[in-house]
Design a binder for this molecule. Structure first.
Ligand code: FES
Length: 114
């Protein structure tokens, strides 16, 4: 992978990545683990299969709605947004919890060492 850096925005916040990284890889490297919510229940979703098969990682990139973040290489200047298509289509408000970060994720009880 290239050591050349690119800068894109995620919901308006600048994020730095290596050229050639996918959008999902760049978001995960920045600590973001979820960037959309499910149609029913509003549960956070991000990377699942990582190979373009499950469609869990949908995100909006520039003018393109609901693209698979695990397949799309991030480009310098890209405007990446929490996917609004799913919730908006159903008349559901976009839940800010779609943007979970590592440090916000709940861990099962007993999973942390004392
Ligand atoms: S993570 Fe499954 S399609 Fe992207």
């Amino acid at each position: 992978m290239s050591k050349e850096r690119v800068t894109f925005t995620f919901d308006g916040v600048p994020v730095h990545a290596q050229r050639g990284q996918t959008v999902a890889g760049a978001l995960l490297a920045d600590g973001v683990i979820s960037w959309r919510v499910t149609r029913l229940g509003g549960r956070p979703r991000g990377l699942f299969c990582g190979i373009g098969a499950c469609f869990d990682c949908l995100v909006d990139v520039n003018e393109d709605r609901s693209v698979r973040a695990c397949l799309v290489p991030v480009q310098d200047g890209d405007q990446v947004r929490t996917s609004a298509s799913v919730g908006a289509a159903d008349g559901l408000p976009l839940d800010p919890s779609a943007r979970l970060r590592h440090d916000q994720a709940k861990r099962p009880q007993g999973s942390q060492k004392a």
